[in-house]
Design a protein around this ligand. Structure first.
Ligand SMILES: O=CCCCC(=O)O
Length: 462
């Protein structure tokens, strides 16, 4: 497996994938470790998780450079990503015990309660776009709950995958509490089917989700899926337009547009559409793409040239279908998987930019007749990950938020994940939740314990 620098196109490192025997040995070791790890107390686990947070903070500069080299993330975003991972480790170190405390429930029993037991070896199949964050937001709760983790990371970020394993090991976790498996995607099916694996979590595309869910389903193994999105950002007539334009630009360009929760469809009511479009295009024109290590760069290269070419094909298709290209839309000459910040206007249902997820720095502006039409357009999607609403009317925002088919709705803000808040989607964006109290509940056995009304003491039996 090769790590290729998307800026230069040069191979940085080649990794050999694990043999079947080596994989089996690692899974066996993880399963054996689970028998010990699950018996540790919460304070013991928390101590190690805090140590992982400390190490992440100490290594943030080098880890950000690794991301820049393997997938093109600009350095300041890489540093922010590592800090967020550290915060997530601290959060679960501090709260896991309380989240998984036994809960008494009154019933006809003398005593009945719910206990939360770990499930075992959890396989995480993770993508390259947030190579640390996506892994830590799974690993911190899963390990704190007493599970052990094995990671199959995207093949272009093997360096990141090994660096994550090293963080856990160097923080003092037992050797097989968290391990990285260097394997190609074609071997994920065998991993899910392996009897030593208890459950699987995937962050990735909708087709990958279908495949993982199908395999996990046929094995009757629990899975959590965090898939694609085409988040609608609705701008209503009473919106603060400066704020809306700023946040809509910012959200679309997160990670060079390569984020499931980046804003993708901008649905603006007719009276504001022309003004929004003009201001939006102006800001996009000023966006500089370039070396991810250069502090002056706004967006780095996309992660791979084939992904860049796919985005360009989607832009061209949308234009053929009638969208107006306002900014960008031209593949630059020279090396690197670069794509310019691009704006499409006049986008409508039936066009690629409306119907499909565009995983790159491409904005689709859509005009709505009115508020009702805006909500209908937002919901006219196979995806249901996130959405944002811009309005000054708080009551209206609450009413409309409930009508939007998505896992989260942010009002006058862009969509973001936060360890304290549940994160996940509906429809073809997946199912299950990560983060918060809800996330740590996904990979536990929610066990009912029932004590019958007091049996007579032995000496009282006639
Ligand atoms: O592709 C998904 C990106 C999620 C980013 C985040 O959680 O902030």
């Amino acid at each position: 497996m090769e790590s290729i620098n998307p800026q230069s196109g040069k191979v940085i490192q080649t990794y050999s994938s694990a043999t079947d025997e080596a994989l089996q040995t690692r899974l066996r070791a993880a399963a054996d470790e689970f028998q010990h790890w699950k018996l540790n107390s919460f304070p013991e686990r928390a101590k190690l998780m805090h140590a992982a947070a400390t190490l992440l903070r100490a290594r943030k500069a080098e880890l950000a450079e690794l991301m820049a080299d393997e997938m093109g993330k600009v350095i300041r975003d890489g540093i922010a990503e590592i800090e967020k991972c550290a915060g997530c480790c601290d959060y679960y170190a501090e709260h896991a015990h309380q989240f998984l405390q036994k809960q008494s429930i009154a019933s006809d029993a003398q005593e009945s309660y719910v206990a939360y037991d770990p499930l075992g070896v959890i396989l995480a199949v993770m993508p390259w776009n947030f190579p640390f964050w996506q892994v830590f937001r799974f690993a911190a709760p899963a390990l704190m709950a007493g599970n052990v983790g094995v990671l199959k990371h995207a093949s272009n970020v093997s360096g990141c995958a090994l660096a994550i394993e090293a963080v856990f090991k160097d923080a003092g976790f037992p050797a097989h509490a968290f391990s990285t498996l260097l394997v190609e995607s074609s071997r994920v099916e065998a991993l899910i089917r392996n009897p030593l694996v208890s459950a699987v979590t995937l962050t990735g595309s909708t087709p990958a989700g279908r495949s993982v869910a199908g395999i996990a389903g046929s094995e009757l193994k629990k899975c959590v899926l965090e898939l694609g999105g085409s988040d609608a950002y609705i701008v209503l007539e009473d919106a603060d337009l400066d704020l809306a334009v700023d946040l809509c630009v910012k959200s679309r360009l997160i990670n060079a547009g390569q984020s499931c929760i980046a804003a993708k469809r901008f649905i603006v009511v007719r009276p504001l559409r022309a003004e929004f479009e003009a201001r939006y295009a102006e800001k996009f024109k000023a966006i500089r793409y370039g070396d991810p290590r250069d502090p002056a760069t706004d967006i780095g290269p996309m992660a791979r040239t084939d992904l860049r070419d796919q985005v360009h094909a989607q832009v061209m298709k949308s234009v053929e279908q009638g969208a107006r290209l306002l900014v960008g839309g031209v593949v630059p000459d020279g090396p690197g998987a670069y794509y310019p910040a691009t704006v499409l206007a006049g986008v409508k249902p039936g066009m690629t930019a409306f119907d499909d997820e565009i995983f790159g720095p491409v904005a689709a502006i859509i005009e709505a007749d009115d508020e009702e039409h805006a909500i209908a357009l937002a919901n006219q999607s196979v995806f249901g990950l996130g959405a944002a609403l811009f309005t000054r009317d708080r009551d209206k925002a609450d009413r409309l938020a409930r009508r939007i088919e998505a896992g989260c709705v942010f009002i006058n803000s862009f969509v973001k994940s936060d360890p304290r808040l549940p994160f996940g989607g509906i429809k073809q964006s997946g199912f299950g939740r990560e983060l918060s109290w809800f996330g740590i509940q996904e990979f536990v056995n929610i066990k009912t314990v029932y004590h019958a009304a007091a049996a007579k003491p032995a000496h009282a039996v006639e």
